[in-house]
Design a protein around this ligand. Structure first.
Ligand SMILES: [Zn+2]
Length: 385
């Protein structure tokens, strides 16, 4: 029973026999190895042991005890045929003072956590764990074939450098990431995605539409609803800033939130405020009043219904006397076809938002990655379900 348990804790080839640790060092397990014929790696000839050294390697971990070491004789063999000498490690991947299986286990512990955390828990030097992580983690990336993707950009460092990512719209897993956000970058990103892509969701940027059209000409391009609504809420925000309301009332966030939310989600008191703000300013009033019918347009479920509602909305707002409103309408007209797809498509940025939050979290946890490739690897490993 006890030996079986030890074998589970310290998985080793069957010809290894694990002894009990001593009282003084309960975390060091002496290991005996049955005699082996060790062939020469060069000529496959017979070899003889001409030297051996007793060494310890980290191989497992146990609660309350900590790292478990194995202690064994590592033979140095000489080929009788060609004279080649080499250290034989029984396929354990011995390097410095750890076995490969230990290094891989530690790498797995780093998923979803910072390397510093893991290094502290297992009492290992930070740089050692970091080296192991970036050596083994890339093998854990599972390539997914996607049918529907979301493409989005995110800031790498406080809004300076940008990167663009493509994710599986059904699982939220990041499929590929590239630095920059211009059309060339987006095209190179999309070329990395595997699968027959039927839908691509993106924001309104022309570079996105151009890249999607060029790489996936048959895919349906869907615009991100969130970005559309954002046109309105951003316009409202800018308008309130312009009116200097924010400073006067010291409650700009409250105002932004009230104006961005659906009227039916507001309290009676908040609705009163909104009425007041709308009365105060012509543009605020019209941006606000154009947003709610747009929400109605977005609720259409069939193509005919979507076309009808969108046409009616555009008719009402494209030549609106409020320049802010007519400008939004012009953007919508420029993307009219994609807008129809957007309205009836079941795919939206919902899943993207979850992934974007994860990106933020991982960026923060890593205290800002100096190396973008390492950040990208982390993101690919830790998104999706
Ligand atoms: Zn040989």
């Amino acid at each position: 029973m006890y030996t079986k348990f030890i074998k589970l804790m310290l998985p080793l080839p069957s010809f290894f026999e694990i002894d009990l640790p001593s009282e003084e060092e309960p975390n060091v397990f002496p290991v005996k190895i049955a005699p082996q014929t060790i062939p020469c790696p060069i000529c496959q000839g017979a070899t003889v042991c001409h030297d051996r050294s007793r060494r310890r390697f980290r191989h497992g971990y146990a609660w309350h005890i900590g790292v478990l070491w194995i202690e064994l004789f590592i033979p140095r063999q000489r080929c009788k045929n060609c004279g080649f000498t080499f250290v034989f490690d029984y396929g354990l991947g011995l390097f410095h003072s750890s076995t490969e299986s230990f290094r891989r286990e530690i790498t797995k512990r780093c998923h979803g956590r910072s390397i510093a955390d893991v290094a502290r828990e297992y009492a290992l030097p930070y740089t050692t764990v970091e080296r192991w992580f970036y050596m083994y983690a890339p093998e854990d990336i599972v390539e997914e074939n996607a049918k529907h993707i979301c493409v989005d950009e995110f800031a790498l460092r406080k809004g300076h450098n940008y990167a663009t990512s493509a994710l599986n719209a059904e699982t939220g897993k990041i499929l590929a990431i590239v630095p920059h956000r211009d059309q060339d970058a987006i095209e190179s990103l999309l070329k990395k995605v595997t699968g027959s892509i039927q839908t691509a969701v993106s924001d309104f940027a022309a570079a996105m539409a151009g890249a999607i059209k060029s790489v996936f000409p048959t895919a349906i391009h869907v615009l991100d609803r969130f970005h559309l609504v954002q046109f309105f809420t951003d316009a409202l925000q800018r308008r309130r800033r312009y009116l200097n309301d924010a400073k006067k009332h010291h409650k700009s966030r409250f105002i932004d939130r009230c104006l961005a939310r659906k009227p039916e989600e507001l309290t009676e008191e908040e609705r009163g405020f909104v009425r007041e703000w709308l009365r105060e300013d012509y543009h605020t009033q019209h941006i606000y009043q154009a947003l709610n019918p747009m929400r109605y347009v977005l609720k259409a479920t069939t193509e005919t219904q979507a076309e009808k509602r969108l046409k009616a909305w555009l008719k009402r707002y494209q030549f609106h006397t409020s320049g802010v409103v007519s400008k939004i309408a012009k953007t919508v007209i420029a993307h009219e076809k994609a807008m129809i797809h957007t309205i009836i498509s079941p795919f939206s940025n919902g899943i993207m938002e979850g992934t974007n939050n994860k990106i933020k979290l991982i960026k923060r946890r890593g205290f800002g990655y100096r190396n973008d490739d390492r950040l990208f690897l982390r993101l690919r490993l830790e998104t999706g379900h």
